[in-house]
Design a protein around this ligand. Sequence first.
Ligand SMILES: [Zn+2]
Ligand SMILES: [Zn+2]
Ligand SMILES: [Zn+2]
Ligand SMILES: [Zn+2]
Length: 307
Amino acid sequence: MAAVGNTYSDELRMKPVSLDSSQNDNFVEVTDQHVNDSAQHVLKANLPVASSVRELLECPVCLSAMYPPIHQCTNGHTLCSSCKPRVHNRCPTCRHELGNIRCLALEKVAASLELPCKYQSFGCLGIYPYYSKLKHESQCIFRPYNCPYAGSECTAVGDIPFLVSHLKDDHKVDMHNGSTFNHRYVKSNPHEVENATWMLTVFSCFGQYFCLHFEAFQLGMAPVYIAFLRFMGDDTEAKNYSYSLEVGGNGRKIVWQGVPRSIRDTHKKVRDSFDGLIIQRNMALFFSGGDRKELKLRVTGRIWKEQ
Ligand SMILES: [Zn+2]
Ligand SMILES: [Zn+2]
Ligand SMILES: [Zn+2]
Ligand SMILES: [Zn+2]
């Protein structure tokens, strides 16, 4: 089969690169011309080898990159460790019995491989050994962000400028400039808390973007409202800012001071950790004045940069 043929020729191509450190030393002693030739040869050979080894490391079933233990059948077809228990001891490539053979050679070849971070197109210039690449990518500061819009299963991902225009254009989110705000939340039937009332406003200040969330949810048995701020960027930078929120009426007020959370933390995670201004519904209706038939909250706030 084609796959087998490729595998074989890839192995042949690799030989000059990986087996010949002693031979290279011999070349050095002969002439300069030879040194250059062999260096160029290695350089040229390296690129196709890296990409073909990469193909070898792709599990034929789930197509993800394989990590140890990598398994193989008696004919040498490889398989990743999460697919192995699912193929009922049959090699998915040749249908022969799979057995319990580990492909140490491929595991070792993988260890010698260095690959660019998968977020290269987002600006990451890092090159990582195969086995530490995953860990880096899970924390890479260039990895795209998820859309911070709550209340829908939006799958948009991208960098901050992309998400800001996405929020504006696709979610019609209100955008505000400046670090202070004065926001009114009005809801005509506040007793339907369960129907996820929520709002998002984006603030732009200090050259950054912040998401102000306001929503109703059940805290145990109690219907409450929560308002909190998320920072459109990484956690380390979010910590450079603070914010305050204030809500009140009838001579009383509640003040919250906090640190914006990164949008790396999901909206739900922040809400469920109660990291924001929490207003009991009774209090919210009291602040609203009137006949308790309408929610009318005025939330004021400020964002500042810590020194
Ligand atoms: Zn697999
Ligand atoms: Zn097989
Ligand atoms: Zn990276
Ligand atoms: Zn979205």
